[in-house]
Write a protein of this length. Sequence first.
Length: 225
Amino acid sequence: MRIDIITVVPDLLKSPFEASIMQRSIAKGLVDVQFHNLRDYTDTNYKQVDDYQFGGGAGMVMQIEPIDKCISKLKSERDYDEVIYMTPDGETLDQGMANTISLKGNIIILCGHYKGVDQRVRDHFITKEISIGDYVLSGGELGALILCDAVIRLIPGVLGNETSALTDSFQDGLLAPPIYTRPAEYKGWKVPEILTSGNTPKIEEWREEQAYQRTKERRPDLLDE
Ligand code: ADE
């Protein structure tokens, strides 16, 4: 998968791709992430990419021309399956959306900044608008990182143990059950006996029941769906 991220602050994005699972996915050649500084696509003296709102109002708006130049250049080099805009008024990211995007080949992610982008960018270039939740960030960059992390770990071969992404919370519509590791007893706090019984079918049954109970207590809305 190739991910092209368009931003005015590339420095905000780079380090998460230099560690852990995202770094390994790149090292394994399963993901190629490229950053594009929008200021490289403007000819103005001050590398301006934003301007005042027509009609007045507080906050600057990202201009269409640098975004058009950047997206058009990328599209002239390869086909893209999705041009995503990170915005608080987009569709809220969930595991199902991450699964769908993880099957794509090439995607562009445009990070908004200031008040956001000129509406014509959304009307003519964007194929999908994504929010990471009902709160407003200073820009789309942190949202783009969360989207990338959620998507990249689902790409086959990225996680060492292929089954581990399948047992994540939300993957089957339920939260994940409690998990334990050694020691089996610590300060008198014991691991549930069933987990050390070696009885795999019973363990599976216990996990399913725990996942259901946890979901019922914490996220009953998931059971309604
Ligand atoms: N940009 C600002 N706030 C955002 C949010 N909640 N999700 C995605 N992009 C954003």
